[in-house]
Design a protein. Structure first.
Length: 228
């Protein structure tokens, strides 16, 4: 399937406050795969049009010199079970003493969700000098956009790597080049599990104004943190 190729935009809007976007970003939370209910009661993954929109949004990220240093592998329907067989096989070979139910779990990983998208970091040799590091950062932004787009379409979504993202044999099944890596498997589906709150960092401990010590730096609201 191919993402929609949009014609070059003639003009885009100036920055504009959006309370709905701010509200969504302030409360952003992943939906854990273990709470997803795949393809039950008529609840399926995104249809072709929605998936195309999700992927198109995902690809709309900062990308220094337009290198598109990433690509997608979509697992839909029976393709999930087909790939899961490889995960199960590799797991069983490397863990021959594991109980059968654990092997079965491994052999059903992608089937926990309705649809899974592997985001592949695919950095280019840039003659003009865009560093690989920047290309990998762009790929991370793709993953985050995928999550946001899937959730904005009403789907549960989580970014996982688990062990198989780092396994050479599994990556060979995916056909990855030696320069490529899995940035994440984005699981997309449905859930009835309202996410539990997760502790978030105290932003005051992370921000300083240049030229000040971290402990004495100004908070984003303008107040000062105590020196103690
Ligand atoms: C690159 C990357 C890989 C991740 N892999 C896993 C994983 O394998 N297993 C897991 O439980 N969470 C993993 N996470 C974390 C979850 O996606 C998620 O961020 C976490 O559950 C916290 O939820 P939040 O996104 O609502 O803050 C990963 C996150 C990132 C950025």
């Amino acid at each position: 399937m191919r993402p929609v190729v949009t014609p070059p935009e003639k003009s885009l809007a100036l920055p504009m406050r959006s309370d709905s976007v701010l509200k969504r970003l302030r409360s952003r939370r992943s939906n854990l795969v273990k709470g997803m209910v795949p393809d039950k009661e008529g609840r399926f993954g995104p249809n072709a049009e929605t998936l195309s929109d999700i992927l198109t949004i995902a690809a709309r990220v900062p990308d220094h010199r337009k290198l598109t240093p990433w690509r997608f592998i979509v697992f839909e329907g029976a393709a999930r079970a087909e790939f899961d067989q490889h995960i199960g096989r590799v797991f069983k070979t490397e863990n021959p003493d594991m109980p059968e139910d654990r092997v079965t779990f491994e052999a059903c990983r992608l089937q926990r969700a309705s649809l899974v998208i592997a985001v592949i970091s695919s950095p280019k040799d840039c003659v003009r000098g865009t560093p690989k590091w920047e290309q990998e950062l762009s790929c991370g932004a793709v993953c985050q956009n995928l999550l946001l787009a899937a959730q904005a379409h009403g789907f549960a979504a989580q970014w996982l790597t688990e062990w198989y993202a780092y396994h050479a044999e599994i990556n060979a099944v995916l056909g990855l080049g030696t320069f490529e890596r899995v940035a994440g498997y984005i699981y997309i589906g449905h859930t009835d599990a309202v996410p539990l709150p997760r502790t978030r960092p105290d932003i005051n401990t992370l921000v300083q104004n240049f030229g000040t010590k971290l402990a004495g730096s100004k908070r984003p609201d303008g107040s000062r943190k105590s020196e103690t």
